[in-house]
Design a protein around this ligand. Structure first.
Ligand code: ZN
Ligand code: ZN
Length: 402
């Protein structure tokens, strides 16, 4: 299958400006030629001088997060949630996200269905059920619920305590094909009983998960808000810090030194603050939201100043997924558009250990491509106002220009 895109300006995911003008030929799902292409193709599209960018990667997505009330969502069966996932994934792909890293929930079955072409969806890198301690961010039980004597396993997360238990949970999750593991090392907004400042899991527990991930040549992502929790995670081998809103300079220096990434998720705080109450976000979560919501932007500048690699995520819940592209707008308060675009393409690809394959327009890379009207490299409203005029995933055209 040969797809020829005529008349584009190409940004490769890395450079300060466009790297080529002309045509891009994709053969069997990969980029084969850039520039002046004389060969023929099965499908030819004239993109009329639009900017062609690598497809975006959302490094913090939850395909099964069908509701803003996570404890309520944890009572629903996965067979039901999978239908929501199909809708949420299709929406993400049409917004230009050709890859998502699922931060808790998505599993082998959903991934297999996408790989088999049963639904229109981005590529998924899934963490399976995120690992939580009892009473941690992944423990969705209300405070009045009595302990039942066996391990709490929910849709998005699973509870395990102690080095042996967390090791077993990590091994089972990796056996089920997880691309990376996810743990919670501080309190969070959507859970009912853990304060944001709470540190979760011991150093020994974190090290056990990191060791299990490394034995499969992968890594650990950790939900962490406070500087203390971030330090706790990174010191014990975590590579990807999720949210990180309460980061300070010392923790950022440690992250930079260890090569850890920060994945901010501003879109979810913005959307929950605006629409959370109306959509049923519980009161306890609305209170916790106020503790972290305003500090996400400051964390990004602290991270940038220390030289931390900053990725791109959204962490949206339920109908709020519609705000996925809004992450670009929110970040312009502190960053240049080109740097935000690098976060969403080449930096996230490096985070996924897929540099050269994803988040890049170059010979041999996947033909995951988006095109926009206007000047997206200098003006994010070109991205957010109408969304992409063209989307392809693996050389398959998803959105056609009119
Ligand atoms: Zn989180
Ligand atoms: Zn999340």
């Amino acid at each position: 299958m040969r797809l020829l895109l005529k008349n584009v300006r190409v940004w490769d995911g890395l450079a300060d400006d466009y790297v080529a003008e002309g045509d891009v030929l994709c053969v069997d799902g990969r980029i084969a030629e850039i520039g002046r292409v004389s060969a023929g193709a099965d499908v030819t599209l004239d993109l009329a001088g639009r900017a062609l960018l690598p497809g975006f990667i959302d490094a913090h997505f939850h395909a099964y997060a069908a509701d803003v009330d996570v404890p309520r969502l944890e009572t629903l069966p996965l067979t039901y949630l999978a239908h929501h996932a199909a809708n949420l994934l299709r929406g993400a792909l049409r917004r230009g996200f050709t890859t998502v890293r699922d931060a808790g929930g998505a599993d082998w079955g959903l991934w297999r269905a996408v790989e088999d072409g049963l639904l229109q969806a981005p590529r998924i890198f899934y963490a399976g059920r995120a690992l939580s301690q009892t009473g941690g961010h992944g423990d969705s039980r209300a405070p009045h619920v009595e302990p039942c004597g066996h391990r709490h396993v929910a849709n998005l997360s699973q509870v395990c305590d102690g080095v042996d238990a967390i090791r077993l949970a990590a091994r089972e999750t990796l056996r089920q094909g997880a691309h990376q593991l996810k743990i919670f090392v501080s309190g969070g907004v959507s859970s009912p009983t853990d304060p944001i400042w709470m540190r979760q899991f011991t150093a020994e527990e974190v090290r056990a998960v990191v060791e299990e991930a490394a034995s499969r040549r992968t890594y650990v992502m950790a939900h962490a808000y406070t500087a203390d929790a971030i330090t706790h995670a990174v010191r014990n081998g975590v590579r990807s810090i999720e949210h990180g809103n309460l980061l300070n300079a010392n923790a950022a220096t440690l992250m930079a030194g260890r090569g850890a990434f920060l994945v901010p998720t501003l879109a979810t705080y913005d959307a929950l603050a605006r629409d959370g109450e109306r959509l049923g976000l519980p009161a306890v979560s609305r209170e916790k939201l106020a503790e972290v919501a305003s500090q996400g932007l400051a964390a990004i500048s602290i991270a940038r100043r220390a030289g931390v690699k900053v990725g791109f995520g959204t962490d949206l819940l339920g109908p709020l997924h519609d705000w996925q592209l809004h992450e670009f707008s929110l970040r312009t308060a502190g960053e240049r558009p080109i740097d935000i675009l690098r976060s969403a393409t080449s930096v996230n690809a490096e985070l996924l250990h897929r540099s050269g394959d994803l988040g890049l327009i170059a010979h041999g890379a996947r033909a995951d491509l988006v095109a926009f009207d206007g000047e997206p490299l200098s003006d994010v409203t070109a991205i957010t106002a109408r969304g992409p005029a063209f989307v392809a995933k693996g050389g398959e055209v998803i959105v056609r220009p009119d």
